[in-house]
Design a protein around this ligand. Structure first.
Ligand code: NAI
Length: 287
């Protein structure tokens, strides 16, 4: 097998926006696709089968092979049912693209528990539930590709998105470890940080900028990361409007003390601790 041909892919939240484009491209490249979407609104309220059904029709009419699933990624039962859909329809699962997402934007000062929880549940727990349900299958078959969807809001911060940013950096924390634990089973895990014109961004960027950000630009990256040939794992790659770039933490040379330094020692070496000249890629402790 080459690329993603003949592989079985689950794409969560693929009833619209970026996920739809990913699902269409997977199908075009010969993968069988589970189009999962809860079918709700941008803030996660509501549900329905039309969104997923429409994408499945589009794929199947074009000669591809797709089935719909309407389960909620935010629950353990939902995660299991999504993976089960792939197994029932296609006999196995090779690729998990965690893309489903919602927004509940509000400044931290006004954040309530429900707004915090709803966003964490879909993005962070959602990525966990679906990937957790898939993991034994991938390990057992000695093949798997996991993609999570992060955001510059998590990587760098964004006003009014502390809940979203926390969830989005949480999924990067998850794949950093999945990359280490999956390596010997040929299971790779990476994150994409998209920037695209979808219902999620339609009112936060000017029209002329949105016009340059067709979500289709992001999908070739997602499909590449999901392909047999791609051995990259544990990386974050940004994609938007035709630009693609790796994102990685850099660690400064810093300062070292033989014993516990005083607060004054830290203060007096602060410039050296913060200096990024000669910084190197941050590395895990092991692996
Ligand atoms: P979108 O709103 O069009 O897509 C999200 C999809 O997820 C929707 O179709 C929605 O129905 C589905 N969904 C929501 N909650 C779900 C649940 N609990 N279970 C199953 N499906 C659910 O927005 P977009 O932009 O396509 O977002 C896709 C992903 O990309 C999200 O994770 C988002 O956070 C991320 N992202 C998007 C950016 C952009 O510029 N559009 C920037 C950074 C990240």
């Amino acid at each position: 097998m080459a690329g993603v041909e003949g592989r079985v892919a689950v794409v969560t939240g693929s009833g619209g926006g970026l996920g739809r484009q990913h699902a269409l491209l997977f199908a075009q490249r010969g993968a069988k696709v589970v189009v999962n979407d809860l079918g709700g609104s941008r803030d996660g309220t509501g549900a329905g089968s039309e969104m997923a059904d429409r994408v499945v029709d589009e794929i199947n009419r074009g000669g591809g092979d797709a089935v719909a699933n309407y389960d909620n990624v935010a629950t353990p039962e939902g995660g299991k049912a999504i993976v089960q859909s792939a197994v029932e329809a296609f006999g196995t699962l090779d690729i998990v693209v965690n893309n489903a997402g919602i927004l509940r934007d509000v400044t931290f000062h006004k954040m309530d528990d429900a707004q915090w929880d709803a966003v964490l549940k879909v993005h962070l727990y959602g990525s966990y539930h679906v990937t957790r349900a898939a993991w034994p299958l991938l390990r057992e078959k000695n093949y798997g590709r996991v993609v999570v969807t992060t955001s510059t809001s998590g990587l760098y911060g964004n006003f009014g998105q502390s809940n979203y940013g926390a969830a989005k950096l949480g999924v990067v924390g998850m794949i950093n470890t999945l990359a280490l634990e999956g390596r010997k089973y040929n299971v790779h895990a990476n994150a994409v940080a998209p920037i695209a014109a979808t219902r999620m961004t339609e009112d936060i960027m000017p029209e002329e900028v949105l016009a340059t950000l067709d979500p289709a630009f992001v999908s070739p990256l997602v499909v590449h990361l999901s392909s047999e040939e791609c051995s990259t794992s544990g990386e974050v790659v940004l994609a938007g409007g035709g630009n693609y770039a790796r994102v990685h933490y850099m660690q400064a040379k810093g300062a070292a003390f033989p014993g516990v330094p005083s607060v004054d020692d830290i203060a007096s070496t602060w410039d050296q601790i913060m200096d990024m000249d000669g910084a190197e890629l941050g590395q895990p402790l092991s692996g």
